[in-house]
Design a binder for this molecule. Structure first.
Ligand code: MG
Length: 274
C-alpha cells in the first residue's frame, strides 16, 4: 500500500495508491510532521472521494520536511570515481524543503550553472521522533521509503569545500512518486539505476551502501532529533555525469529516469529555466 501526497481541486491530501487511483485519508493533508507510523496506519479512508492518479498534481511525497539530510559518499564505486578516501563516518549535507519538486515536475536548468548532474538515491522517510536512536532500534523509526534524484549543480558544489549551494538549489530535487511502507519492500538489496536518453548511466544496488540505513539513522539522531517526515537521502552509486569521460550533464529537452526496485521510478523532463 503505497501513499502519495497530492493536490486536487485546491486541496492537499494523502492518498493510498490503489492501482491507478488514490483513496484519500481522512484528516491528513500531507506526509510530514504529523504522519507518524501510527497515524498513517490508523487513518480512515474516504473511498467515495477517490480520484485518478492522472487527474491530480503529485506533490513531492513529503512536501515540507523539517529536515532533508543527505549522505555524500555512500557507495564504494562513487567514492572511487571521486578519487577520495573511503569514509569512516558518513559525509552529511542538507537540502531545504524548497529544493524539492514533485515526481512529474520539470527539472529546471538554472542560468547560473552549466554542470547540472543526476544522482539516483533511495530515500528514507522518518515516522517517529527520536534522539540517540540505537542502530538496532532504527527500523522502528522508518515510516517508509521513496526515490530521489539528488540533482546537483557540480560547478556550485565545488566552488568551496561546503557542498550546500550545489545541492540545495530551489526546485531541483524530485522526490517520490510514492511512499512505500517498510513491510512491503526489501531494501537490503534493491537495484538502483539512472537512465538518460535510453542509456543506463548508474546501475547498482543498495547492498553496496557503505553505511546502511540503521547506521545512518543512528548517526543522524546522535546530534539532532529526527522528526516524522524527515527525509534521509542515502547516497548515490558510481556513474554520475561529472565523473564520466566524456562528462555528461543534463540538457534542455532531456528526460531522466531514476529507479529503485520495489519502491518506484521518477521520470522528469529537463528544461532551461526561463
Ligand atoms: Mg547524492
Amino acid at each position: 500500500m503505497p501513499y502519495a501526497t497530492y493536490e486536487h481541486q485546491g486541496r492537499r491530501r494523502i492518498g493510498r495508491v490503489d492501482g491507478d487511483r488514490l483513496v484519500p485519508l481522512e484528516g491528513l493533508t500531507e506526509i510530514g510532521r504529523n504522519t507518524t507510523v501510527d497515524v498513517l496506519a490508523g487513518a480512515p479512508e474516504l473511498p467515495a472521494e477517490s480520484v485518478g492518479v492522472d487527474e491530480v498534481y503529485l506533490c513531492p511525497v513529503v512536501p515540507s520536511p523539517d529536515k532533508i539530510i543527505c549522505v555524500g559518499l555512500n557507495y564504494r564505486a562513487h567514492v572511487d570515481e571521486t578519487g577520495r578516501e573511503l569514509p569512516t563516518y558518513p559525509v552529511l549535507f542538507t537540502k531545504f524543503a524548497s529544493s524539492l519538486i514533485g515526481p512529474r515536475d520539470d527539472i529546471l536548468l538554472p542560468a547560473e550553472s552549466s554542470q547540472v548532474d543526476y544522482e539516483v538515491e533511495l530515500a528514507v522517510v522518518v515516522g517517529r521522533s527520536g534522539r540517540r536512536i540505537a542502530r538496532e532500534d532504527a527500523a522502528g523509526y522508518v515510516l517508509g521509503y521513496t526515490v530521489a534524484n539528488d540533482v546537483t549543480m557540480r560547478d556550485y558544489q565545488y566552488k568551496t569545500h561546503q557542498w550546500l549551494q550545489g545541492k540545495a538549489w530551489d526546485g531541483s530535487t524530485p522526490l517520490g512518486p510514492y511512499l512505500v511502507l517498510p513491510g512491503e519492500v526489501d531494501v537490503a538489496a534493491a537495484g538502483v539505476r539512472t537512465i538518460l536518453g535510453g542509456q543506463k548511466l548508474q546501475d547498482s544496488d543498495t547492498s553496496r551502501l557503505i553505511f546502511d540505513i540503521p547506521t545512518l539513522i543512528a548517526t543522524v539522531s546522535e546530534f539532532t532529533t529526527v522528526l516524522p517526515g524527515d527525509v534521509i537521502l542515502t547516497g548515490t552509486p558510481g556513474g554520475v555525469g561529472f565523473r564520466r569521460e566524456p562528462q555528461v550533464f543534463l540538457a534542455d529537452g532531456d528526460e531522466v529516469t531514476v529507479q529503485v526496485d520495489g519502491i518506484g521510478s521518477l521520470t522528469n523532463r529537463v528544461r532551461r529555466e526561463s
